[in-house]
Design a protein around this ligand. Structure first.
Ligand SMILES: [Zn+2]
Length: 278
């Protein structure tokens, strides 16, 4: 890759008063927190045999017959992509890159990698939820619960892709089923924590709107472009001193009206971050 491009990136990061990181699925894929892992067959042979699953993404839409089977699956999913995984290299590199800067993170990723890598919790807005949280499936109340301990219990007692009925989580208010707190339909619960972080994000943009604000977008494609990609383009266009660096292994292009205040970086995010960190 072009050395000049790396130099330009470094320069923009250095001169920025504040940095907004926008992280989509492409970042975690590059980090190896991968839903379509090539070792899926080996790691989850039971799931392959029983349901014909091929990866952790498509399998998460499966309609299980029983809650015992559903939670057996989710315990494996959550443990593999989140609880059992420590901070990956690229997230650690990213933290080293911005830790002394005034930063804020907006992410659609649910794997908690930013938190694990050392980013301050109050500076991370996880728009789409997180794998370590559960909510009422009917969204009967807007409270979210941590699932780390229950997932560990489930894994311990899992047998033939089922957990014991006594470990199936039930809503403490309506007694109904629970779901992982991931945005997939209108039942997604946004609790006080979610609203506080949304407010902090808006405040960060507002406090920095006149300064040299750098939008560092990493792996945000077209699954949910209205959360990171489009707003970053709009803010870059609107704010006089804003600049956008878009790193993407497929869709690095930017609209023509912001060409002169942005950088298109086509390539593997992990490699790019490593290059500019050194
Ligand atoms: Zn409920």
């Amino acid at each position: 890759m072009n050395t000049n491009l790396y130099l330009k990136m470094k320069e923009k990061i250095k001169e920025a008063d504040s940095i907004v990181i926008g992280a989509g699925a492409g970042l975690s894929t590059s980090a190896g927190v991968n839903y379509g892992t090539k070792d899926f067959d080996k790691l989850f042979s039971e799931l392959v045999k029983k349901y014909g699953f091929t990866d952790m993404y498509t399998s998460s839409f499966y309609d299980f017959d029983t809650e015992e089977e559903k939670w057996s699956y989710w315990a494996k999913h959550i443990n593999y992509l989140c609880i059992g995984m420590s901070a990956t290299e690229v997230y650690k590199d990213l933290f080293e890159l911005v830790k002394d800067k005034d930063y804020f993170v907006l992410t659609t990723n649910v794997d908690r990698q930013f938190l694990k890598a050392g980013f301050k919790e109050e500076k991370i807005f996880e728009v789409q939820g997180a794998l370590t949280k559960i909510q009422c499936a009917n969204a009967c109340h807007n409270k979210i619960y941590d699932n780390t301990q229950m997932i560990k219990e489930m894994l311990k007692e899992d047998k033939n892709c089922r957990i014991p009925s006594r470990l199936v989580p039930k809503c403490p208010v309506c007694g109904g089923n629970m779901e992982v707190n991931l945005r997939k339909d209108n039942f997604f619960v946004e609790d006080d924590y979610w609203y506080e972080h949304e407010k902090s994000f808006q405040k960060f943009i507002n406090d920095n709107k006149k300064k040299k604000i750098l939008f560092l977008e990493l792996g945000a494609g077209f699954n949910t472009p209205s959360i990171i990609r489009y707003p970053f383009e709009e803010l870059t266009s609107k704010l006089k001193n804003a600049y956008l660096i878009r790193v993407n292994n497929k869709y690095a292009f930017v609209p023509s009206d912001i060409k002169d205040k942005s950088l298109e970086v086509l390539g593997d995010i992990a490699r790019v971050i490593k290059e500019i960190r050194d």
